[in-house]
Each structure stands twice: as structure tokens, then as C-alpha cells.
Design a protein around this ligand. Sequence first.
Ligand code: GUN
Length: 284
Amino acid sequence: MSALIIDGKQISADIRGEMVNEVAELKQKGVTPGLAVILVGEDAASKVYVGSKEKACVQLGMYSEVHRMAADSSEEQVLALIDKLNNQDSINGILVQLPLPKHINEKAIIDAIRVDKDVDGFHPESVGNLVIGDDSLLPCTPAGVIELIKRSGVDIAGKHAVVIGRSNIVGKPVAMLLLRENATVTICHSRTANLEEIAKQADILVVAIGRANAIDSKFVKPGAVVVDVGINRLDTGKLAGDANFESCKTVAGHITPVPGGVGPMTITMLMKNTITAAKKANGM
Ligand code: GUN
């Protein structure tokens, strides 16, 4: 048996196709969703991500501002820019690219972003709203995971979902979203005893460990949906997920590849959040 491959590139393209139309309709009504991205310093990977976000905005017909700041910018300078963008009507979403230079307090920066413009979903109030079940902007990668599962025709309600990883940006929010979709959710982490045994009970296995090929077919129940959030650069230069794709696909029912699975969804969900924020700001 070989698993069905969940094509994140295709699903992402489908959603962007839907959003092109939605943005065009909004613009006819005088609303142009606007995203501001702040990049501090010269981190190579961050530059690539920020470029992709800008390109995605332009392709969808949205308004985009990228603020590139020197690596030695002070925390006060970044906070002053956030304050300006918080009060700028043409901007519906604000994203500060992480990681920030060490002398800047990441928490102070995230806390300063207006909750209704928090398109990363990292603000404590956004996190709280997610947990309570109130309306909020959802963190992009976790929202992308849910969208991939749903658009693969998999019902989440009543399923046992096991999330491996408990980070604030993936593990915890993805577990909350699965719970909201009425899954029975188990969160595993580096201190979990009997990881293999627990993972093997999962109908839906979300892997967000941050270590290449940490999970193989021994961890997968036959027919399970495996969603791999990991992106690791191997010594060979190739990208690998946290799950060993070749091994897991012999047992899984559905599986996301790396690259081409969860990755393409993150920016797509960022665009979706920006549209959602724009509609809300205009009482739509
Ligand atoms: N750096 C890597 N991924 C992300 C992300 O999703 N949001 C932000 N702000 N920074 C990142």
C-alpha cells in the first residue's frame, strides 16, 4: 500500500485562486487588504520568506509594505514603527519577521501589535481567543494544517489526533484547532514516555519536532493521516521533514511531502488572515 499524497502546492494554489476573486470583489467595494511586514537585520532565510510574502500580496492584488530595518535598530525604533502601522488605515495586517536580533525583546514586539492586525496570531490575546473559542486571527501554519486535512476529504470530528511537539507557534495552536474541530487530542513532546505507542494510536498524526526523519513507519497506524510540519536542511543540501516520507508512506493513508506539503500553506493562510482582518475593519 502507498499513501495518498496531500499536495500542499495544489491546495495552496486552489485557495489563492479563490482569494484572487475575493480581493477583486473587495476592491470594487473600495476595500484593498493591506499587509505590512517588518524585517530587522539580514537573516538570509528571513529575507527569502519576506520576499515570498510580498510577492503573494502583489499576485492577489493586495497592498503590501515591507519595512527593512538595519540589524542594529533599537527596540524603540521597531516599536515606533509598529505604533505607526497600528494607526495606519491602509494596513490591515502587521507581521514582524522572526527571529529578531538578540538585543530586541521578541515578546515586547509581539505584544505591541494591535490584536485586530495580528495576522501571525502570536499576540497573547489572539492565543487566548483561540483557546476560549472566540473569533480571532489564527496562526498561519496551524491553520494551514487544518485546511490541508479538510481539503483532503478527511473528517476530523471524533478522530484521535496526536500532535508531536508543543511549541507556541505550531504544536500548541494546532492541538487547539484540532480540538475545536472535535478531535480527541493528545500532545506529545520530548519528555513523553512511549511515544511510539501513543503515535501509533493516531488517526491523524501531526509531526512538529524540528528534527529530520525522527518519525518512521513504526510510529504510524495503518491508514493514518500524517501531516509533517518539519523543514530540515540535510548535510546533502536536500530538504527533509520530521517524518521519514518513504517509510511512513508505506503505512499511512494520507501523507504530506516535504517540500510541497505544509510549507506552501503558511503564506496562503497569512493572505487569508489579511483579507479577514480587512473585512472586519470595514464592518464586512
Ligand atoms: N519566521 C519563520 N516563520 C515565521 C512566521 O510564521 N511568522 C513570523 N513572524 N516569523 C517567522
